[in-house]
Design a binder for this molecule. Structure first.
Ligand code: COA
Ligand code: AMP
Length: 633
């Protein structure tokens, strides 16, 4: 069936549509119903089915004769190591590490925080948790101790799994001191920390809670898979909201497995046995879905890459990986391709590699700007596809459904809604926008399988954050429009979330950190356009009257504060000291106006000053400050 009929049937009869997709997986107990009303009042997927995602990702393939196929390729230019794991080998590692966790008392429903660099042990730890029904929460290695502490306090993990160090281009970053600092800061104290010791920089295991991964694995008893209900939680993944407190997106088991398996075929056009190279990090949703669970559940081979698009060692790294491992689908954030374009504008590095196996290139995580799309297509000669999704959805909402019908690409559009996503563009008053008119991108309920079903420990935040604005719909937080052909164009967030090099960050959180400084009376952080990273944060600060810290020193201290509290990934490099901030008469800072002023060059100079502004004269000062564009980080 081609896309129009396929998509229509997913909305007209979701029950039949998704039960047919569910039937493609090896459930312990097949679900008799797709959607059903849960005790929480919401509709949930595959409630009476029983499965285990570690079983689907590993055991089921070994049982089906795929045991000798490569499941995972670890390619690490930063350590010059390459390692391949067959499905059988990966199963053995995962079952043994699950045994280690079980011996430490981990049971179904317990939480385990995983704070690791891009090494196979990160994926092994995730799959081992899934095996036991423990809920993993992977924290991106670029986050500082304070961020890790916030997540530990929220998830209350019995165990933290980490590695002695990570490697960033040529820097070695010790992880263990960060974990110790986070545990010190957190109110909740995990029982145990399991440390994978890397030869390049082992950690001192001097705390009472420390265990050595390698030693524990030596005598480990392999653990079997625990049966999980379709609605049981698989993981919590924290993402930035508009407040300082990150939101723990909770993913179920059954719906996620079905959606990922479906997406591998329809969105990425892959077959079992194909090789997927997702150049992201297991700390992000893209890594969860398309480095670990998606490719493995589907029986593909996944490349886990410990490196950057550039400087490890050069802009040819992606193409080398594609050639050496016969990659079929490459998926990365547009910012990675912008970095490649900057270093290799003519695509000379691309020409040095044989890319015959590479069929398609996918991008997501931020808007794929048309120049980056065109460059990638031209230098590689490969079809390039944008697709739009969020941590909340777990898989793409809009994409070019190449596995069933490939549509012409319109640069700037994420193409069409995928099965089960009934996308509507809504005006503020809830009515539907006309074709071409921008509004809130909303999804009519029910959401398809795979999407979040609560915020960890805060169901009210889930309700308020996503469903209150437009009753009957999930509000995505993104704005955009549809064209005459139904193509969806995503134009950016409608809230205070920004996207820096494909990393989702909260300006509210940065404001909270900056406001702690003794010299700061008031501040606002906004995201402004950046050629390489898409957006970067800029802070505007009003100092206290009694401040004695000099301008330059204060700027440096604030940059350092954000770096040490949130992490280097926040990429805050520019702080302006100003005398006023634009506010409404009721005292609310007009951040949208600040963004308009900062990006006036890009948007053709359109600045609409709201009538509610208290002090219109401050706009001139802010123009002067914000329109001196900082150099790209
Ligand atoms: N652990 C520790 N530190 C990390 C880190 C990690 N996993 N990831 C990034 N950092 C640090 C970097 O070392 C850097 O620190 P510095 O300021 O001391 O140099 C800082 O965070 C910013 O890093 P990054 O955003 O990666 O910027 P960059 O200038 O080093 O590299 C790109 C620019 C475009 C090459 C890089 O951002 C990139 O590869 N982007 C792709 C992002 C991606 O895959 N996103 C996933 C979404 S799908
Ligand atoms: P994350 O939850 O980290 O995946 O970030 C999700 C946010 O990234 C979305 O809400 C969008 O703002 C942005 N985003 C992701 N993919 C795209 C895309 N293809 N086009 C435009 N924005 C995107």
């Amino acid at each position: 069936m081609s896309y129009p009929g396929h998509y229509a049937s997913s909305l007209e009869d979701p029950e039949a549509f998704w039960l047919a997709e569910a039937a493609k997986l090896a459930w312990f107990e097949a679900p008799s119903q797709a959607l059903s009303k849960h005790a929480s009042g919401e509709q949930r997927w595959f409630a009476d089915g029983e499965l285990n995602l570690s079983y689907l990702a590993l055991d089921a393939h070994v049982a089906d004769g795929r045991g000798e196929q490569t499941a995972l390729i670890y390619d690490s230019p930063v350590t010059q190591v390459q390692q391949k794991f067959s499905y059988r080998e990966l199963l053995e590692q995962v079952a043994n590490f699950a045994g280690v966790l079980r011996a430490q008392g981990i049971r179904k429903g317990d939480r385990v925080v995983i704070y690791m660099p891009m090494i196979p042990q990160a994926a092994i730890a995730m799959l081992a948790c899934a095996r036991l029904g423990a809920v993993h929460s992977v924290v991106f290695g670029g986050f500082a101790a304070h961020e890790l502490a916030i997540r530990i306090d929220d998830a209350k993990p019995a165990i933290v799994v980490t590695a002695s160090c990570g490697i960033e281009v040529s820097k070695i970053l010790a992880y263990k001191p960060l974990v110790d600092a986070a545990i010190e800061q957190a109110n909740y104290k995990p029982r145990t920390v399991i440390v994978y010791q890397r030869d390049i920089k082992p950690a001192e295991l001097d705390k009472a809670y420390d265990l050595n991964w390698q030693q524990e694995m030596e005598g480990a008893e392999p653990a079997d898979c625990v049966a999980m209900a379709g609605t049981d939680p698989l993981y919590v993944l924290y993402t930035s909201g508009t407040t300082g407190k990150p939101k723990g997106v909770v993913r179920d088991s059954g719906g996620y497995a079905v959606a990922l398996n479906y997406s591998m075929r329809v969105v990425y056009g892959l077959k079992p046995g194909d090789v997927m190279f997702t150049a992201s990090d297991v700390g992000w949703v893209v890594g969860h879905s398309y480095i670990v669970y998606g490719p493995l559940i589907y029986g593909a081979t996944s490349v886990l890459y410990e490196g950057k698009p550039v400087k490890t060692p050069d802009a040819g790294a992606f193409w080398r990986v594609c050639e050496e491992h016969k990659v079929t689908a490459l998926f990365a954030a547009p910012t990675a391709f912008r970095a490649l374009k900057k270093e290799d504008p003519k695509g000379e590095m691309v020409k040095r590699h044989n890319l015959t196996s590479l069929k398609r290139i996918f991008m997501a995580g931020e808007r794929l700007d048309p120049p980056t799309y065109e460059w990638t297509r031209q230098v590689t000669g490969k079809p390039v596809f944008d697709h739009w999704w969020q941590t909340e959805t777990g898989w793409a909402v809009c994409a070019n459904p190449v596995g069933i019908t490939e549509y012409p690409v319109k640069p700037g559009s994420a193409t069409l809604p995928l099965a089960g996503y009934d996308i509507r563009i809504l005006r503020a008053n809830g009515s539907e926008a006309d074709v071409g008119e921008q509004g809130d991108i909303a999804i009519k309920l029910p959401l398809p399988p795979g999407c979040l079903y609560t915020i960890w420990g805060n169901h009210e935040r889930f309700q308020q954050g996503y469903f209150n604005e437009h009753p009957g719909y999930y509000t995505s937080g993104d704005g955009g429009y549809k064209d005459d052909d139904g193509y969806v164009f995503i134009m950016g967030r409608t809230d205070d979330v920004i996207n820096v090099a494909g990393h989702r960050l909260s300006t509210g959180e940065m404001e909270e950190v900056i406001a702690q400084h003794r010299a700061v009376a008031e501040c606002a952080v906004i995201g402004i356009a950046d050629e390489l990273k898409g957006q970067v944060p800029v802070a505007l600060v009003i100092t206290r009257d009694d401040n004695t810290v000099g301008e330059q020193q204060l700027q440096q201290e604030l940059v350092e504060l954000v770096r040490s509290d949130i992490g280097a990934v926040a990429s805050l490099k520019v702080v302006h000291l100003v005398s006023r901030l634009p506010k409404t008469r009721s005292g609310k800072i007009l951040r949208k106006l600040l963004r308009q002023i900062a990006d006036a060059d890009e948007t053709g100079g359109d600045i609409s000053i709201p009538s509610t502004i208290d002090d219109p004269a401050c706009v001139e000062e802010l123009k002067q400050v914000l329109q001196q564009r900082p150099l790209s980080a």
